[in-house]
Design a binder for this molecule. Structure first.
Ligand code: NAD
Ligand code: AKB
Length: 312
């Protein structure tokens, strides 16, 4: 039976993945960790700074961990403001986890991103194997992270598995400083204020996925038969390819008075313009049966219902 560690567990993905893992494997078998001090509401939480190699190895040995979901990172917009910190957290953190995984024989999940591609990558139908020359520090750490996972898998036999996640939309937790955050903000604004000022241009097309599909995909990949996995760096996955204008129009079907103005933030727009518009996900479907359930209409219905219920 697995003993699991989640790093960065208090973030947007951890807020939904940790409960999903606990439901599947049992609460006592899933240790949540993050930078915050102990949480009285969670007996199975420990403070862990993933840049501290000894602390990572100590916790994994003490808790007899055999699977790590390594979520701790700085996201694209924050990383561009703090590139040195981004390199330290995103690269040293992953290296420390992979080194401990090598020593203790653990399986590792690494969340790469659409940010691992760049302006010279084909933007539509972006293939699984293609040019990866990102122009952001976040993207650089994601490509390097993919290669490091591949290296540890090939050289040391570490069971490393990864996804190139698109922008994730979640009703449970706010996003943590990314470029795709506008989508979550738009849903929250639709419930609370009825108006939203969008920092990306109306026609900026990017891949997105609803968080329940993302947590299902992460768990499916981690449970897949190892012989089926052709890629140990990361698999392309996506739920939909959408623009801010299309999301706003879908929200307006439920909230006709919802208004969006577009005030472009040049920094985040430049990041978005360097990313793919639609990933090709055939390898994920073939190797571990990836099949997202939510399109834009289904995600919008569910998001508004959940956020509405939360604010009632
Ligand atoms: P988030 O910013 O919401 O959460 C990251 C968590 O990491 C935070 O709780 C933060 O406190 C923690 N953290 C930061 N520095 C740390 C350190 N030194 N040690 C330990 N914890 C630290 O991010 P998220 O959206 O949950 O993303 C999780 C992972 O998934 C990241 O690697 C991110 O790059 C990747 N990803 C996310 C998305 C998305 O849309 N959310 C898309 C693609 C990839
Ligand atoms: C971000 O916008 O930084 C993330 C991502 C796509 O990696 N949501």
């Amino acid at each position: 039976m697995r003993r699991i560690l989640v790093t960065g567990a208090l973030g947007q993905i951890g807020a939904e993945l940790t409960p999903a893992l606990r439901k599947r494997y049992g609460a006592a078998r899933v240790i949540a960790s993050d930078l915050a001090e102990a949480r009285p509401s969670d007996d199975h939480y420990e403070r862990l700074d993933c840049t501290q190699a000894e602390a990572v190895a100590d916790l994994m040995s003490r808790r007899d961990i055999d699977v790590v979901y390594h979520l701790a990172a700085l996201l694209s917009a924050v990383a561009e403001d703090r590139p040195q910190d981004a390199w330290s957290v995103n690269m040293s953190g992953l290296y420390n986890v992979l080194e401990a995984a090598r020593r203790f024989g653990c399986q590792v999940f690494f969340p790469s991103s659409i940010a691992a591609f760049g302006p010279s990558t084909p933007r539509r139908g972006t293939p699984q194997i293609t040019i990866q020359r990102p122009t952001t520090i976040y993207g650089v750490t994601k490509v390097a992270g993919e290669l490091l996972c591949d290296y540890y898998a090939t050289r040391f036999g570490v069971d490393a598995r990864g996804l190139r996640l698109p922008g994730l939309v979640s009703s449970a937790a706010p996003p943590g400083g990314g470029t795709t955050d506008y989508a979550v903000e738009m849903f929250r604004a639709a419930i609370r204020r009825k108006r939203y000022s969008c920092f990306l241009a109306a026609e900026t097309r990017l891949d997105m996925m609803y968080m329940p599909d993302a947590t299902r995909a992460i768990m499916a990949l981690m449970e897949a038969e190892p012989e089926r996995l052709r890629f140990r760096n990361a698999y392309n996955v996506s739920g939909m390819s959408v623009t801010p204008r299309e999301i706003a129009a879908e929200i307006r079907k439920h909230a006709p008075s919802f208004a969006v103005e577009y005030r472009v933030d040049p920094k985040r727009q430049a990041i978005a313009d360097s990313w793919p518009q639609s990933l090709e996900c055939g390898a994920a479907r073939a190797d571990w049966d990836f099949s997202p359930r939510f399109d834009l209409a289904a995600m919008t219905r569910d998001m508004l219902a959940r956020l509405g219920a939360a604010t009632d």
